[in-house]
Design a binder for this molecule. Structure first.
Ligand SMILES: Cc1ncc(COP(=O)(O)O)c(C=O)c1O
Length: 372
């Protein structure tokens, strides 16, 4: 059996629909900022439970645009070190300074680390819902932000449809950024979307998205924007995937339930504990190896002897130890011990919307054999 780390799924009827829609788009001549983008935005906003959504060309731009709206230039923003490059990079591209903070053992930004990191020039905090589980301490971090007059930006790149106490990711902060990159739970090819309840931020984000132009047709530029537009073709793909989101999440939760049930059979691996009030979309199924187990060797044997590919970790090296941020922000081994330890021991089991029960069981059986 061959088990890929992830599988992108476009059912045949969706592929047909996408081709028909693309034909329609080409016929209409409206290739960007048109009806499919609007449809994706309206459907996504209503699904998340916010007033507004803005479709953009990547999850990275979905982070940078709100940061520009918060005017972070020459101010600092607190970012967890256990995140993807794009989270701190967006702060730097928006002219801000990054302050890294640690996480707790559930991978959520640690509220006490946030409190310690606040400086006089701090304007906000980015909270990342790692692996698709809404950060369990979201409300505590929100409270700290409110007490200190800081914005809260959710990096919900992984968390389409995930909830905390029934409330959807993307509705907890002043704004949120989702990614539609191909490996994500739903994709538009490339793309992203911002969600917000803040009408002023929404209006400004529209301007930033389109080269800082005050209006679509004019040529008056009022903001330092960029080309962050989503094409209609990408939006059409995104609409078909969005219509599958709930179905995909159900399928991923089924895979996760098999892993949850069977992982205790392997003594040297423990799953990330997700509290019952958080419902993950299982973008990733995260587990930890006991200290001393060689992750690279485990991955190699799983792949070579059993055809099982583990997916990329989230993340294998914390940002403060990444070469580029070490230089810009500064950072050394030992600065954020929890993130460093979890990054070393984390594995992500294969998940997708089309994995069968037999495949999920095969993953566990293979791991059992390699780790026995
Ligand atoms: C946590 C996180 N933030 C931001 C991004 C950036 O998204 P994109 O690749 O769509 O620019 C990613 C994705 O890949 C991510 O994993």
């Amino acid at each position: 059996m061959q088990i890929p780390a992830a599988k992108i799924h476009f059912p045949p009827e969706d592929r047909k629909k996408i081709l028909a829609w693309i034909d329609q788009i080409l016929e209409s001549g409206q290739l960007t900022l048109g009806g499919y983008g609007k449809r994706l935005e309206e459907a996504f906003a209503s699904y998340v439970g916010v007033n507004r959504a803005i479709a953009v060309n990547s999850g990275t731009s979905a982070l940078e645009i709100p940061l520009r709206c918060f005017d972070v230039e020459n101010s600092s923003v607190i970012v967890p070190t256990n995140t993807f490059f794009a989270t701190p990079a967006a702060v730097i591209h928006a002219g801000g300074k990054v302050i890294f903070a640690d996480c707790t053992d559930n991978l959520c930004l640690d509220p006490s680390s946030v409190k310690r990191a606040i400086r006089r020039d701090t304007k906000g905090v980015i909270l990342v819902h790692i692996g698709g589980a809404v950060a369990p301490q979201t409300r505590e971090v929100r409270q700290i932000c409110q007490e200190h007059g800081l914005f809260l930006l959710e990096d919900a790149a992984h968390a389409h449809g995930s909830t905390l106490e029934g409330q959807k990711a993307g509705s907890f902060g002043e704004a949120a950024a989702f990614s539609f990159y191909p490996t994500k739970v739903i994709t538009s090819g490339e793309g992203g979307i911002i969600t917000t309840n803040d009408e002023k931020l929404y209006q400004r984000a529209l301007v930033f998205r389109d080269q800082g132009k005050a209006g679509f047709l004019g040529n008056i530029h009022t903001e330092m924007g960029y080309n962050w537009r989503m094409s209609e073709i990408h939006a059409a793909i995104g609409v078909t995937q969005f219509e599958r989101l709930e179905e995909f999440i159900v399928a991923r939760r089924r895979v996760a339930s098999i892993y949850d049930r069977r992982l205790p059979e392997i003594r040297s691996v423990s799953p990330l504990r997700i509290p019952t009030y958080v419902k993950s979309n299982y973008y990733k199924y995260i587990a930890y190896l006991d200290k001393g187990i060689d992750r690279a060797q485990l991955k190699k044997e799983l792949k070579e002897k059993h055809g099982v590919s583990l997916s990329g970790e989230v993340y294998e090296l914390p940002c403060h130890l990444q070469h580029v941020f070490k230089e810009i922000v500064g950072g050394k081994e030992g600065d954020f011990p929890v993130s460093e330890d979890l990054a070393r021991r984390m594995i992500c089991l294969p998940t997708s919307a089309v994995m069968t029960d037999a495949e999920s069981n095969y993953v566990i059986d293979s791991m059992k054999q390699v780790l026995k």
